[in-house]
Design a protein around this ligand. Structure first.
Ligand SMILES: *Cc1c(COP(=O)(O)O)cnc(C)c1O
Length: 435
C-alpha cells in the first residue's frame, strides 16, 4: 500500500469577503490563505481540491484527528434522539455520563480525587476560574506565573501570559502576577526553582506571598520548553511550603499530548488545580474544565457563572473519546511509540544542521534560531501541503503537533517534507546545506 501524501493544488480562493468583512484580528488564515471545507483524520481539504496534512491539530485541539468516526457517530446519535443541546448547568444524562467516565477512566486509575468545574467553554475561562478560586481560598492576590507562559487572552489569564504583543492588547494594567524564570531560563547551570524559593523565603525580597503558582509542564505557545520532573517537584514543594496552590495549566499539554493523559503524570506531583480544554471534547467542540481537590471547592453557587458552562454535545464526544482511547493501554502505547519516533527524527534533523530540539512526547519542535527562518520553513511546508506552525518568544521554534492518531507511515512522510523544507530554508539563509 502506498502512503497517502499531501496534494495541494496551489490554487488561491477568492478571499475578498474576509478582507471586506472579517476583522483584521484574524491570524492563521493569513499564513494559510486557503478555504477549507472538509476534514477527516489527519487530512484537511480546501475548496480547490487540495489535500493538506495537519501537523497543527488546532493547536492540539484535535489530538484524535478531525471528525473521528466513533466520536462523530456518538454525536449524530445524540442529536438524532433530541438530546439536550443547551441546559445551562442543569443535570443532564450527557453530563452524568461524562462525569462517571472521567471518574472511572481517568481519575480513579490515577489515584486522583478532583471535583470538576464546568467553566465557560474556552481554555482562558478555565484559567480565570482556577486563579479566582486560588485567590478566594488563600485570601491572597499574587499569582506566580513563568517566563514564556501562555494562559489565555482574558484579563486575568492574560496577566499570567508572558508574551508582550499579547499583553499589549489588554489596554489596562495587567497586575497581581509575578513572572518568575521558568526551568532553564538562565541556562542549565541556574536552578530557577531555587531562586524562587530564595525570594519567597526572604521577607525583604519584595515578592508577596502567592495565592498560586501557575505552570505549564511544557510551554505550548512559549517555545516548547519542557520542565524537568525535579524542577516541577521543587515548584510543588515551594507552593506547599508557602501556602500557595499549585495550578497546572494542561490545556495544551494534556489529553495525551505528552504521552500521558495529564502532562504531570509520572513527574511526582499532584497539582491542587488542573485546567483542561483544547482536546478535551475530542472533536474540536468548545469545552473546558477546571479540576481541583474537593477541600478547596469553596465556591458559592453561581459565583463563577456563564451561559455556556457544560456543552452537552462536548460531553457526548468527550465521553466517547475517553472510553474509546483511554479505557486500555493501546492508545498510550501508540502515542509513546510515535513520540519516540518524533524525537529521533527531530534529533537527527537538528544534529545534521547544528540546531536544537525542544519538547516532550508528541509535542516537540526544532529551534530554527530565528523567527524569519522558522516562518520560511512553515511557509514552504504549507506550499507542499503540510500545515505546521511556530512557537516561542520570537516564533523561532517550528512545532510539530500532529494528531496523536496519525499513522506511522504518514507521520514519517510528513516529517520528510519538514526535513526537506528545513534544508531548503537553511540553504537559502546560509548558502550551503550541512551534510
Ligand atoms: C490555548 C491555551 C490556553 C487558552 O485557551 P483558549 O481556548 O484559547 O482560551 C490557555 N493555556 C494554554 C496552555 C493554552 O495552550
Amino acid at each position: 500500500m502506498t502512503t497517502p501524501l499531501p496534494q495541494p493544488t496551489g490554487q488561491m480562493p477568492d478571499t475578498s469577503i474576509y478582507e471586506r468583512r472579517e476583522s483584521a484580528v484574524r491570524s492563521y488564515a493569513r499564513s494559510m490563505p486557503r478555504q477549507f471545507n472538509r476534514a477527516e483524520g489527519v487530512w484537511m481539504h480546501d475548496n480547490k481540491g487540495g489535500r493538506y496534512l495537519d501537523f497543527l491539530s488546532g493547536c492540539s485541539t484535535l489530538n484524535y484527528g478531525h471528525n473521528h468516526p466513533v466520536l462523530k457517530q456518538a454525536l449524530l446519535d445524540y442529536i438524532a434522539a433530541d438530546g439536550i443541546t443547551h441546559g445551562l448547568d442543569l443535570h443532564t444524562d450527557a453530563k452524568a455520563e461524562f462525569l462517571r467516565t472521567l471518574e472511572d477512566v481517568i481519575l480513579k486509575p490515577r489515584g486522583l480525587d478532583y471535583r470538576a468545574m464546568f467553566t465557560g467553554p474556552t481554555g482562558t475561562n478555565a484559567v480565570e476560574a482556577a486563579i479566582k478560586l486560588a485567590r478566594k481560598v488563600t485570601g491572597r492576590e499574587l499569582v506566580i506565573a513563568f517566563t514564556n507562559g501562555f494562559h489565555g487572552m482574558t484579563l486575568g489569564a492574560l496577566a499570567c501570559t508572558g508574551n508582550a504583543a499579547k499583553r499589549g492588547g489588554a489596554g489596562v494594567p495587567l497586575s497581581h502576577v509575578a513572572h518568575e524564570p521558568y526551568d532553564g531560563y538562565y541556562g542549565p547551570d541556574v536552578d530557577t526553582a531555587d531562586l524562587l524559593e530564595r525570594r519567597l523565603s526572604d521577607p525583604s525580597s519584595g515578592l508577596d506571598a502567592p495565592a498560586a503558582i501557575l505552570v505549564e509542564t511544557v510551554q505550548g505557545e512559549g517555545g516548547l520548553n519542557a520542565a524537568s520532573p525535579e524542577w516541577l517537584r521543587k515548584i510543588a514543594t515551594i507552593a506547599k511550603r508557602h501556602g500557595a496552590l499549585l495550578i497546572v495549566d494542561d490545556i495544551q499539554a494534556g489529553c495525551g499530548r505528552t504521552g500521558h493523559f495529564f502532562s504531570f503524570e509520572g513527574m511526582g506531583v499532584t497539582p491542587d488545580i488542573v485546567t483542561l480544554a483544547k482536546s478535551l471534547s475530542g472533536m474540536g467542540l468548545p469545552f473546558a474544565l477546571t479540576l481541583f481537590r474537593p477541600e478547596i471547592d469553596q465556591w458559592a453557587p453561581g459565583e463563577h457563572n456563564g451561559t455556556f458552562r457544560g456543552n452537552n454535545h462536548a460531553f457526548v464526544t468527550a465521553t466517547a473519546a475517553l472510553r474509546h482511547f483511554w479505557s486500555d493501554g493501546q492508545f498510550l502505547a501508540d502515542i509513546r511509540r510515535r513520540g519516540t519516533m518524533l524525537e529521533r527524527r527531530l534529533d537527527a534533523i537538528a544534529g545534521q544542521y547544528g540546531l536544537t530540539t525542544r519538547g516532550r512526547g508528541m509535542m516537540r519542535g526544532i529551534d530554527m534560531g530565528s523567527g524569519e527562518i522558522a516562518a520560511s520553513v512553515t511557509a514552504a511546508c504549507f506550499e507542499r501541503g503540510l500545515i505546521i506552525e511556530t512557537s516561542g518568544a520570537h516564533d523561532e521554534i517550528v512545532k510539530v503537533l500532529a494528531p496523536l492518531v496519525i499513522d506511522d507511515a504518514v507521520f514519517s512522510a510528513g516529517l520528510d517534507i519538514l526535513e526537506e523544507c528545513i534544508r531548503a530554508a537553511l540553504t537559502v539563509t546560509y548558502g550551503v546545506a550541512a551534510e
